[in-house]
Write a protein that binds this ligand. Structure first.
Ligand code: NAD
Length: 258
Protein backbone atom coordinates (compact mmCIF):
# COMPACT_ATOMS: atom_id res chain seq x y z
CA UNK A 1 0.00 0.00 0.00
CA UNK A 2 2.30 2.72 -1.33
CA UNK A 3 -0.20 5.54 -0.71
CA UNK A 4 -1.75 4.58 2.64
CA UNK A 5 -2.89 7.74 4.45
CA UNK A 6 -2.44 9.91 1.36
CA UNK A 7 -5.09 11.93 -0.45
CA UNK A 8 -5.18 12.47 -4.22
CA UNK A 9 -7.37 14.72 -6.37
CA UNK A 10 -7.70 13.46 -9.94
CA UNK A 11 -9.46 15.74 -12.44
CA UNK A 12 -11.39 14.21 -15.31
CA UNK A 13 -11.61 10.96 -13.36
CA UNK A 14 -15.20 10.09 -14.27
CA UNK A 15 -13.90 8.40 -17.44
CA UNK A 16 -10.96 6.83 -19.26
CA UNK A 17 -7.42 7.42 -18.03
CA UNK A 18 -8.44 9.46 -14.97
CA UNK A 19 -10.79 6.74 -13.76
CA UNK A 20 -7.99 4.17 -13.95
CA UNK A 21 -5.60 6.50 -12.11
CA UNK A 22 -8.18 6.96 -9.33
CA UNK A 23 -8.68 3.20 -9.15
CA UNK A 24 -4.94 2.58 -8.91
CA UNK A 25 -4.56 5.14 -6.09
CA UNK A 26 -7.37 3.52 -4.10
CA UNK A 27 -5.82 0.08 -4.68
CA UNK A 28 -2.61 1.48 -3.17
CA UNK A 29 -4.38 2.79 -0.07
CA UNK A 30 -5.04 6.44 -0.99
CA UNK A 31 -8.33 8.28 -0.61
CA UNK A 32 -9.26 9.91 -3.87
CA UNK A 33 -11.35 12.86 -5.01
CA UNK A 34 -12.91 12.28 -8.42
CA UNK A 35 -13.18 15.83 -9.78
CA UNK A 36 -15.12 16.07 -13.01
CA UNK A 37 -17.52 18.18 -15.02
CA UNK A 38 -19.72 15.12 -15.05
CA UNK A 39 -21.00 14.97 -11.45
CA UNK A 40 -23.06 11.83 -12.02
CA UNK A 41 -20.10 10.02 -13.57
CA UNK A 42 -17.80 11.18 -10.75
CA UNK A 43 -20.23 9.95 -8.11
CA UNK A 44 -20.60 6.61 -9.91
CA UNK A 45 -16.82 6.08 -9.96
CA UNK A 46 -16.57 7.03 -6.27
CA UNK A 47 -19.32 4.53 -5.50
CA UNK A 48 -17.51 1.81 -7.53
CA UNK A 49 -14.35 2.51 -5.55
CA UNK A 50 -16.10 1.84 -2.25
CA UNK A 51 -17.80 5.11 -1.29
CA UNK A 52 -16.59 7.99 0.83
CA UNK A 53 -14.15 5.98 2.98
CA UNK A 54 -12.14 5.62 -0.27
CA UNK A 55 -13.41 8.12 -2.82
CA UNK A 56 -15.80 11.02 -3.30
CA UNK A 57 -17.06 12.72 -6.44
CA UNK A 58 -16.76 16.49 -6.69
CA UNK A 59 -18.37 18.45 -9.53
CA UNK A 60 -15.92 20.87 -11.08
CA UNK A 61 -15.49 22.59 -14.40
CA UNK A 62 -11.71 23.04 -14.31
CA UNK A 63 -11.96 26.18 -16.46
CA UNK A 64 -14.16 27.95 -13.91
CA UNK A 65 -12.17 29.70 -11.18
CA UNK A 66 -15.00 29.75 -8.64
CA UNK A 67 -15.91 26.10 -9.21
CA UNK A 68 -12.28 25.02 -8.85
CA UNK A 69 -11.88 27.01 -5.62
CA UNK A 70 -15.07 25.56 -4.14
CA UNK A 71 -14.36 22.03 -5.41
CA UNK A 72 -10.75 21.94 -4.16
CA UNK A 73 -11.83 23.32 -0.75
CA UNK A 74 -14.48 20.61 -0.54
CA UNK A 75 -11.94 17.95 -1.49
CA UNK A 76 -9.36 19.13 1.04
CA UNK A 77 -12.04 19.70 3.70
CA UNK A 78 -13.43 16.20 3.29
CA UNK A 79 -10.20 14.25 3.74
CA UNK A 80 -8.27 16.94 5.66
CA UNK A 81 -5.16 17.01 3.50
CA UNK A 82 -3.86 16.84 -0.08
CA UNK A 83 -0.80 14.89 -1.20
CA UNK A 84 -1.25 14.45 -4.94
CA UNK A 85 -2.93 16.44 -7.70
CA UNK A 86 -3.32 14.72 -11.05
CA UNK A 87 -4.38 17.35 -13.58
CA UNK A 88 -5.89 15.08 -16.19
CA UNK A 89 -9.17 16.55 -17.50
CA UNK A 90 -8.99 17.08 -21.22
CA UNK A 91 -10.74 17.03 -24.57
CA UNK A 92 -9.69 16.70 -28.19
CA UNK A 93 -10.97 18.62 -31.21
CA UNK A 94 -9.58 17.95 -34.67
CA UNK A 95 -9.62 20.29 -37.67
CA UNK A 96 -7.12 21.79 -40.08
CA UNK A 97 -5.63 25.08 -38.91
CA UNK A 98 -7.08 27.19 -41.70
CA UNK A 99 -10.61 26.17 -40.64
CA UNK A 100 -10.10 25.94 -36.88
CA UNK A 101 -12.97 27.58 -35.05
CA UNK A 102 -11.65 30.23 -32.62
CA UNK A 103 -14.17 29.36 -29.90
CA UNK A 104 -13.14 25.69 -30.07
CA UNK A 105 -9.45 26.68 -29.92
CA UNK A 106 -10.10 28.74 -26.78
CA UNK A 107 -12.20 26.02 -25.13
CA UNK A 108 -9.50 23.41 -25.62
CA UNK A 109 -6.72 25.64 -24.32
CA UNK A 110 -8.85 26.59 -21.32
CA UNK A 111 -9.58 23.00 -20.30
CA UNK A 112 -5.97 21.86 -20.58
CA UNK A 113 -4.10 24.99 -19.49
CA UNK A 114 -6.47 27.12 -17.37
CA UNK A 115 -7.63 23.88 -15.74
CA UNK A 116 -4.07 22.88 -14.91
CA UNK A 117 -3.26 26.35 -13.57
CA UNK A 118 -6.38 26.77 -11.43
CA UNK A 119 -6.22 23.31 -9.84
CA UNK A 120 -2.47 23.64 -9.29
CA UNK A 121 -2.85 27.01 -7.58
CA UNK A 122 -5.47 25.67 -5.20
CA UNK A 123 -3.47 22.48 -4.54
CA UNK A 124 -0.20 24.32 -3.87
CA UNK A 125 -1.75 26.45 -1.11
CA UNK A 126 -2.56 23.26 0.83
CA UNK A 127 0.64 21.38 -0.13
CA UNK A 128 2.82 24.33 0.94
CA UNK A 129 1.11 24.27 4.36
CA UNK A 130 1.91 20.55 4.62
CA UNK A 131 5.42 21.11 3.19
CA UNK A 132 4.97 18.21 0.78
CA UNK A 133 3.08 17.20 -2.31
CA UNK A 134 3.29 15.97 -5.86
CA UNK A 135 1.60 17.33 -8.97
CA UNK A 136 1.33 15.16 -12.08
CA UNK A 137 0.10 16.64 -15.36
CA UNK A 138 -1.45 14.53 -18.10
CA UNK A 139 0.63 15.46 -21.12
CA UNK A 140 0.78 13.43 -24.31
CA UNK A 141 3.22 12.41 -27.00
CA UNK A 142 1.80 15.68 -28.32
CA UNK A 143 3.75 17.44 -25.54
CA UNK A 144 6.85 16.56 -27.59
CA UNK A 145 5.67 15.91 -31.14
CA UNK A 146 3.10 17.39 -33.51
CA UNK A 147 0.35 15.85 -35.62
CA UNK A 148 -1.82 17.40 -38.28
CA UNK A 149 -5.33 18.59 -37.30
CA UNK A 150 -4.44 19.04 -33.60
CA UNK A 151 -3.13 22.60 -33.31
CA UNK A 152 -4.63 23.60 -29.94
CA UNK A 153 -4.05 20.16 -28.39
CA UNK A 154 -0.36 20.10 -29.38
CA UNK A 155 0.00 23.69 -28.19
CA UNK A 156 -1.65 22.98 -24.84
CA UNK A 157 0.21 19.74 -24.21
CA UNK A 158 3.57 21.43 -24.91
CA UNK A 159 2.49 24.19 -22.50
CA UNK A 160 1.96 21.76 -19.65
CA UNK A 161 5.65 20.88 -19.71
CA UNK A 162 6.46 24.54 -19.13
CA UNK A 163 4.01 24.78 -16.26
CA UNK A 164 5.39 21.62 -14.63
CA UNK A 165 8.92 23.05 -14.77
CA UNK A 166 7.83 26.27 -13.04
CA UNK A 167 5.95 24.32 -10.36
CA UNK A 168 9.07 22.16 -9.88
CA UNK A 169 11.23 25.26 -9.37
CA UNK A 170 8.83 27.21 -7.14
CA UNK A 171 7.60 24.13 -5.29
CA UNK A 172 11.00 22.73 -4.33
CA UNK A 173 11.38 25.04 -1.34
CA UNK A 174 8.02 23.73 -0.07
CA UNK A 175 8.60 20.01 -0.67
CA UNK A 176 6.44 19.93 -3.79
CA UNK A 177 7.44 18.12 -7.01
CA UNK A 178 5.81 18.33 -10.46
CA UNK A 179 6.12 16.02 -13.46
CA UNK A 180 4.33 15.15 -16.71
CA UNK A 181 3.21 11.78 -18.07
CA UNK A 182 3.01 11.71 -21.86
CA UNK A 183 0.92 8.82 -23.24
CA UNK A 184 0.56 7.62 -26.80
CA UNK A 185 -2.90 6.65 -28.05
CA UNK A 186 -5.09 5.01 -25.40
CA UNK A 187 -8.49 3.53 -26.27
CA UNK A 188 -10.81 5.84 -24.28
CA UNK A 189 -13.93 7.81 -25.28
CA UNK A 190 -11.61 10.70 -26.24
CA UNK A 191 -9.86 8.54 -28.85
CA UNK A 192 -12.97 6.66 -29.97
CA UNK A 193 -14.54 10.02 -30.86
CA UNK A 194 -11.49 11.02 -32.95
CA UNK A 195 -11.34 7.92 -35.13
CA UNK A 196 -14.40 8.72 -37.32
CA UNK A 197 -13.56 12.46 -37.23
CA UNK A 198 -10.03 11.87 -38.51
CA UNK A 199 -11.27 9.36 -41.11
CA UNK A 200 -13.56 12.07 -42.46
CA UNK A 201 -10.94 14.84 -42.40
CA UNK A 202 -8.23 12.68 -44.01
CA UNK A 203 -10.51 10.81 -46.43
CA UNK A 204 -9.44 7.33 -45.19
CA UNK A 205 -11.17 4.46 -43.37
CA UNK A 206 -11.39 4.18 -39.59
CA UNK A 207 -9.17 1.07 -39.74
CA UNK A 208 -6.57 3.13 -41.61
CA UNK A 209 -6.76 5.89 -38.98
CA UNK A 210 -5.87 3.32 -36.30
CA UNK A 211 -3.14 1.50 -38.24
CA UNK A 212 -1.65 4.27 -40.37
CA UNK A 213 -2.16 7.38 -38.24
CA UNK A 214 -2.42 6.39 -34.58
CA UNK A 215 -0.20 3.34 -34.23
CA UNK A 216 2.07 3.53 -37.27
CA UNK A 217 5.13 4.73 -35.38
CA UNK A 218 4.82 2.34 -32.42
CA UNK A 219 7.26 -0.57 -32.14
CA UNK A 220 4.46 -3.16 -32.00
CA UNK A 221 1.24 -1.66 -33.38
CA UNK A 222 -0.31 -1.65 -29.91
CA UNK A 223 -2.39 0.95 -28.07
CA UNK A 224 -1.02 2.17 -24.73
CA UNK A 225 -3.42 1.11 -21.96
CA UNK A 226 -5.03 3.06 -19.13
CA UNK A 227 -3.14 0.76 -16.74
CA UNK A 228 0.20 1.69 -18.37
CA UNK A 229 -0.56 5.38 -17.87
CA UNK A 230 -1.77 4.94 -14.28
CA UNK A 231 1.42 3.05 -13.41
CA UNK A 232 3.54 5.95 -14.69
CA UNK A 233 1.46 8.50 -12.75
CA UNK A 234 1.80 6.56 -9.49
CA UNK A 235 5.53 6.20 -10.10
CA UNK A 236 5.95 9.98 -10.34
CA UNK A 237 3.49 10.68 -7.51
CA UNK A 238 5.22 8.31 -5.10
CA UNK A 239 8.84 9.12 -5.90
CA UNK A 240 10.56 10.06 -2.70
CA UNK A 241 13.03 12.80 -3.58
CA UNK A 242 13.51 15.89 -5.71
CA UNK A 243 15.61 13.78 -8.08
CA UNK A 244 12.44 13.45 -10.16
CA UNK A 245 10.92 16.87 -10.59
CA UNK A 246 10.28 18.98 -13.68
CA UNK A 247 10.48 15.80 -15.78
CA UNK A 248 8.30 14.18 -18.41
CA UNK A 249 7.94 10.51 -19.23
CA UNK A 250 6.66 9.22 -22.57
CA UNK A 251 4.54 6.05 -22.37
CA UNK A 252 3.76 5.24 -26.00
CA UNK A 253 5.01 1.82 -27.21
CA UNK A 254 7.99 3.56 -28.74
CA UNK A 255 5.95 5.95 -30.89
CA UNK A 256 8.08 8.81 -29.63
CA UNK A 257 11.62 8.13 -28.41
CA UNK A 258 13.65 10.78 -26.63
P1 NAD B 1 -12.01 10.86 -21.57
O1 NAD B 1 -12.84 11.64 -22.52
O2 NAD B 1 -12.26 9.41 -21.38
O3 NAD B 1 -12.06 11.55 -20.12
C1 NAD B 1 -11.91 12.94 -19.95
C2 NAD B 1 -12.66 13.35 -18.70
O4 NAD B 1 -12.43 14.76 -18.52
C3 NAD B 1 -14.17 13.14 -18.79
O5 NAD B 1 -14.64 12.48 -17.62
C4 NAD B 1 -14.73 14.56 -18.87
O6 NAD B 1 -16.02 14.71 -18.26
C5 NAD B 1 -13.66 15.35 -18.12
N1 NAD B 1 -13.68 16.76 -18.47
C6 NAD B 1 -13.74 17.31 -19.72
N2 NAD B 1 -13.80 18.65 -19.62
C7 NAD B 1 -13.75 18.95 -18.29
C8 NAD B 1 -13.78 20.17 -17.57
N3 NAD B 1 -13.88 21.37 -18.19
N4 NAD B 1 -13.71 20.10 -16.21
C9 NAD B 1 -13.64 18.91 -15.57
N5 NAD B 1 -13.63 17.72 -16.22
C10 NAD B 1 -13.68 17.75 -17.56
O7 NAD B 1 -10.50 11.13 -22.03
P2 NAD B 1 -9.11 10.39 -21.69
O8 NAD B 1 -8.63 9.78 -22.93
O9 NAD B 1 -9.20 9.61 -20.46
O10 NAD B 1 -8.20 11.69 -21.46
C11 NAD B 1 -7.72 12.09 -20.19
C12 NAD B 1 -6.47 12.92 -20.39
O11 NAD B 1 -5.47 12.12 -21.04
C13 NAD B 1 -6.67 14.17 -21.27
O12 NAD B 1 -5.91 15.24 -20.74
C14 NAD B 1 -6.08 13.73 -22.59
O13 NAD B 1 -5.63 14.81 -23.35
C15 NAD B 1 -4.95 12.84 -22.12
N6 NAD B 1 -4.44 11.91 -23.11
C16 NAD B 1 -5.26 10.98 -23.66
C17 NAD B 1 -4.74 10.10 -24.60
C18 NAD B 1 -5.59 9.06 -25.26
O14 NAD B 1 -5.13 8.49 -26.25
N7 NAD B 1 -6.76 8.77 -24.77
C19 NAD B 1 -3.39 10.19 -24.97
C20 NAD B 1 -2.58 11.15 -24.37
C21 NAD B 1 -3.12 12.01 -23.44
Amino acid sequence: MRFAGKVAVVTGAASGIGKEIATAFVREGARVVIADLNQQGADAVAHELGGSAHAIGVAMDVTNEAQVEVGMSRAIGHYGRLDVLVSNAGIQTVAPLEDFDFAKWKTLLAIHLDGAFLTTRAALRQMYKQKSGSVVYMGSVHSKEASVLKAPYVTAKHGLIGLAKVVAKEGAAHGVRANVVCPGFVRTPLVDKQIPEQAKELGITEEEVIKKVMLRETVDGEFTTVADVAAAVLFFAGFESNALTGQSLVVSHGWFMQ
